[in-house]
Each structure stands twice: as C-alpha cells, then as structure tokens.
Design a protein around this ligand. Structure first.
Ligand code: DQA
Length: 161
C-alpha cells in the first residue's frame, strides 16, 4: 500500500514560519517521522510539497493508479481552491486533510475548507502530531477496505456454489 503526502504553500518554511502558531519542527523532520512509521507498518510513502496550486493539482492527479491514499495539507489553498477539491474528487482515493493549527479558532477566512467535504476525514489543531494521526487513520481505512474486499470475495464464492 502506498500513501502520498502532499504539502501546500509555505509549509516548506515550517520551523521558521510563525513558530508560535506552527511550532519549531521542520517539514523534513515531520516527514522523517512519517517515513519511520510507514516503514514499521510495511507502507510505502512519498512526499510532495509545492507553493503552486497547479503543481498540487498535478501531484493529486499523479496519485491515480499509483497510490492507495492521500494525506494532504493544502495550507492557504484549503480556503480557496476549487481546483484542488475537484482533483481530490477526480482521483477518488481515501484522502485525509491535516492542519497543524486549529483553524477553527483562527481568522474567519480560515473557517471554510473547500476540500473537507471531499475528504475521508480532517485532523486539525494537533500540531505536527496530526500527520502521525493521519497515518494511523489511513492504516485503519486500508484495513477496512481489505475487510470489505474479503467479505465481497466470500459473498461471490458463496453465490457460485
Ligand atoms: C494551515 C492553516 C492554513 O490556514 C494556513 O494558510 C497554512 C497552514 C495549517 O496547517 O494549520 O498555511 O494549513
């Protein structure tokens, strides 16, 4: 199973950027922890970051037929991008939205997520730990998918008899 982690604009500045809101951890450190967790759980993980909306759309599209799940923090594009929302819908993969800060407690323009309605789940306000929670959540989604496939197989086998 493969997860692609997609990071939006300014997240490459974590560790420098507004550390009172986002904390001191750098993006590379967050990704190193996710990579360790993935290895421990037999999951492949790939990381993408871009400051450009179109490149984020490309990264999502490239998951089609290649990945089994997406963990995404579209950063500021969360609140504006219909294109990113449409790309998530188009590929139809389990997708978990992560926000480091608790956007619900911040400015009004951060209250709306364009992507939340097309995501499996959203994890908000746990700091960088939210990415770890998203990995655990995705494993659960994969397990449920496997269990459902198994049930379907058994139902088909029973119907043939
Ligand atoms: C963010 C929240 C967004 O509102 C903001 O534009 C970001 C980061 C977060 O992770 O808390 O860049 O997505």
């Amino acid at each position: 199973m493969k997860i692609v982690v997609i990071q939006g604009p300014n997240l490459n500045m974590l560790g420098v950027r507004e550390t009172n809101i986002y904390g001191p951890m750098k993006l590379e450190q967050i990704h190193a922890q996710m990579k360790d967790f993935a290895a421990q759980n037999g999951i492949e993980v790939e990381f993408r970051q871009s400051n450009l909306e179109g490149e984020l759309v490309d990264a999502i599209q490239e998951c089609y037929g290649e990945a089994h799940g997406i963990i995404i923090n579209p950063a500021a594009y969360t609140h504006t991008s219909i294109a990113i929302r449409d790309a998530i819908s188009a590929v139809g993969l389990p997708t978990i939205e992560v926000h480091i800060s608790n956007v619900a407690r911040r400015e009004e323009f951060r209250q709306k997520s364009m992507i939340a309605p097309v995501c499996t789940s959203s994890i908000i306000g746990f700091g960088p730990f939210g990415y770890h929670m998203a990995m655990i959540g995705m494993l659960q989604v994969f397990n449920e998918m496997k269990a459902q496939q198994e049930m379907q197989k058994q139902a088909q086998a029973a119907a043939v008899k």
